[in-house]
Design a protein around this ligand. Structure first.
Ligand code: HEM
Length: 490
């Protein structure tokens, strides 16, 4: 009996020591907030991560670590340190980490969540295919302008009455990516498509407290889905079913596959026919890749445009100055085009400031370290999760003076050209840098400038606009909902 009790005590003590060790920070790791035995850094403020990470950056410097459950998380801050980690060590940090999103929603497939050779193969395929259909080229402009025209028609229909512009922006921006990814676009009154757009917004924008499940999976057993992961998963499944239906319809259209390839989906199906049995070009991979293009491509860009509109509602002098520049350099008879960009430095500086101030994806999905490394005097163990903290650059007072101020002229040099724009790292750094950067920049330019050219944006009467300093932080950082009025000015 005594022997059994002693054995049991030994087992319990061993487990406790093991658990305690799991939640301790080793002496040679990057510093960080004190850990609590058995809980690690569970006590950090997950509800306000942006400010919590800013505080840790000030306290512990450019590299700090957090011990969360059984995972070590290292947050990388500051432009030079981010470049050193994600460019110089690019080959050991380009894998996507195992998180609640990548393991349960995207199942490590598609582009944003995959790793290794599948990621390389499919990122390269998507980039080269999308380039063939206009990505990053002037020919893309025509497709975007078609959507701009429809978007402006919808705006006119509001006849100066207050409305929420967010759904309109989402559908318009999404139609651009749909046209290159799927070869189709959707009407603004297509109820099914509009519902999908709402689901995308919920998946990307809403409070990402469910992210804590990555580190403390037992929290999912709390009844009532308080972290809203169940809800988010259901929305993602709705989007998947919708995409699958589009793929199935496409595949079953007689003769379509034989026609010239005009979009990513066609190109993928064509490629499937030339692949062998163990190919990675599976139907499941296709569904997840389209999910990435559609979900990431829609919400981020539409959110940037929403920040733009909220900011100009607060700062009418900015829209006046933009409009004056557009009227002087482009006139009224044609839409502004990207070829006019160099003649529109003030407008360009506003858009760079929107990308900086909007801080749309401050913490991209974590990367994972595939080897132990010694970095700036610290040891970082293999399997550590790395978070590139883009906010630490976009709001760095040493790079952008008084960063909390929305100040487009910070990018204007004395000779009227743009300066410092390469420091706006909103699209990430290193091999995982955003795939849609060129498209997003073009959309932002054409939508924003053609709106300002033709319409005046006014706050809705009697409504209090949310402040430009308030936000919701999910996978994206979005402004609070608002309404506006729009009146035609030419
Ligand atoms: C203003 C708009 C956008 C912003 C701010 C943005 C930002 C980002 C950021 C920060 C990353 C992650 C970088 C990292 O993991 O370190 C990313 C990845 C990605 N973005 Fe964007 N993005 C935007 C628009 C788009 C568009 C229009 C597309 C559509 C093609 C797109 C597709 C992707 C994809 C597929 C990835 C994953 C890349 C990979 O893991 O290899 N994004 N984006």
């Amino acid at each position: 009996m005594e022997y059994a009790v002693t054995l049991l005590l030994c087992i319990i003590i061993t487990i406790l020591v093991w658990l305690w060790n799991q939640t301790r920070r080793a002496a040679n790791w990057p510093p960080g907030p004190p850990t609590i035995p058995f809980l690690g850094n569970l006590n950090i403020n997950f509800g306000d991560l942006l400010n919590e990470f800013r505080k840790f950056h000030q306290q512990y410097g450019n590299i700090y670590s957090l011990v969360l459950g059984s995972k070590t998380v290292v947050v990388i801050n500051g432009l030079d340190t981010l470049k050193e980690m994600f460019i110089k060590h690019g080959d050991v940090v380009n894998q996507r980490a195992d998180t609640i999103v990548t393991s349960e929603i995207t199942k490590h497939k598609g582009i944003a969540s995959s790793s290794g050779s599948i990621w390389k193969e499919h990122r390269t395929f998507a980039l080269s295919t999308l380039k063939d259909f206009g990505f990053g080229k002037r020919s893309m402009e025509g497709k975007i302008l078609e959507e701009v025209v429809v978007f402006q028609e919808s705006i006119r229909k509001t006849r100066g009455n207050p409305f929420n512009i967010a759904p309109l922006l989402r559908t318009s921006v999404s139609n651009v990516i749909c046209s290159v990814a799927l070869g189709s676009r959707f009407e603004h009154d297509d109820v099914l498509f509009t519902n999908i757009m709402d689901s995308i917004s919920e998946v990307m924008g809403h409070n990402a407290m469910y992210g804590t499940l990555t580190y403390f999976p037992f929290l999912r057993y709390i009844p009532g889905d308080p972290l809203k992961f169940g809800k988010m998963k259901k929305k993602a499944e709705t989007i998947y079913s919708y995409i699958q239906e589009l793929i199935d319809n496409h595949k079953s259209t007689p003769g379509l596959e034989e026609n010239d390839v005009t979009n990513y989906l066609d190109a993928y199906i064509k490629r499937q026919k030339t692949e062998n049995m163990d190919s990675t070009f599976t139907d499941d991979q296709l569904q997840k890749a389209i999910f990435d293009l559609l979900v990431v491509g829609t919400d981020t860009t539409a959110t940037a445009l929403r920040w733009f509109i909220l900011i100009i509602l607060h700062k009418p002098e900015i829209q006046e100055r933009m409009r004056a520049e557009i009227q002087r350099e482009v006139g009224e008879s044609k839409y502004p085009s990207t070829g006019d960009r160099s003649n529109l430095p003030y407008c360009d500086s506003v858009l760079h400031e929107v990308l900086r101030f909007g801080n749309i994806a401050p913490f991209p999905l974590p990367h994972v370290l595939t080897e132990d490394i010694n970095f700036q005097g610290y040891f970082i163990p293999k399997h550590a999760l790395l978070i590139p903290n883009l906010d630490s650059v976009l709001n760095d007072p040493d790079i952008f003076e008084t960063p909390s101020e929305f100040k487009p002229t910070r990018f204007l040099a004395k000779d009227g050209t743009l300066t410092g724009k390469e420091k706006v790292v909103t699209f990430g750094i290193g091999p995982r840098i955003c795939m849609g950067e060129s498209l997003a920049r073009m959309e932002l330019f054409l939508f924003a400038l053609s709106m300002i050219q033709r319409f005046k944006f006014l706050p809705a009467d009697g409504d209090v606009l949310p402040s430009i300093f308030e936000y919701n932080l999910g996978l994206t950082r979005e402004p609070l909902p608002f309404k506006c009025r729009v009146v035609e000015c030419i």
